[in-house]
Design a protein around this ligand. Structure first.
Ligand SMILES: Nc1ncnc2c1ncn2[C@@H]1O[C@H](COP(=O)(O)OP(=O)(O)O)[C@@H](O)[C@H]1O
Length: 171
């Protein structure tokens, strides 16, 4: 059974929502890494253009130490774990989700394009290898159903899977 799982994906794909649901239904704790980066000041600078923090990856790794459970962040795949879940969402739906939480239009466009180009999936597969990655499409699905899939992955009831989505039509 997986004890260290990263849940990564473009902002808005549902990582925070789904990781909380999975933690509530398993004995795994969840670390919401973006909150920790802000609260523990694990960043090197503020990116004013993007209205975001530039994480200090070494400082984060040190702060994490011998963590276990679920690590939730669009940066989670930069850290060691047993397996990785990459949540996906069609860029058009992703834009709606990001606009609903009042992200700037620049961020909405940047994230939609990044999602269409599979940027985080590619980074995650490069680091973990296809045999340790579960790509899960959240488009048109309730978070509870996505959490079912993540739990199936943790419990070894689902095989690793990559290449399940194609959002290139967006570009
Ligand atoms: N499967 C889903 N279907 C529809 N909306 C979702 C789904 N998962 C999350 N959301 C919504 O999308 C927004 C972003 O979710 P969130 O969990 O904060 O994403 P992330 O942590 O990846 O940035 C929230 O408003 C959330 O309610």
């Amino acid at each position: 059974m997986t004890r260290r799982l990263v849940i990564t994906g473009t902002p808005g794909t549902g990582k925070t929502t789904v990781s909380d649901l999975v933690a509530a239904r398993t004995d795994l704790d969840v670390i919401h890494l973006n909150d920790a980066i802000r609260e523990e000041e694990l960043f090197t600078e503020r990116d004013a253009d993007r209205d975001s923090l530039v994480a200090d990856v070494d400082a984060v790794a040190e702060w994490l130490g011998e963590w276990d459970g679920i690590l939730d962040s669009h940066l989670a795949h930069l850290f060691d774990a047993d397996e990785a879940v990459v949540l996906r969402c069609h860029p058009e739906e992703l834009k709606e989700r990001l606009r609903e939480r009042d992200e700037s239009e620049a961020k909405v466009a940047e994230n939609a394009e990044s999602e269409a180009l599979d940027v985080i999936l590619a980074e995650t597969v490069e680091r973990f290898g296809e045999e340790s990655v579960y790509e899960i499409d959240t488009t048109d699905r309730p978070p509870e159903s996505v959490a079912d899939d993540v739990i199936a992955a943790i419990e070894g009831e689902m095989d690793p899977c990559v290449g399940t989505v194609d959002f290139i039509d967006y570009l």
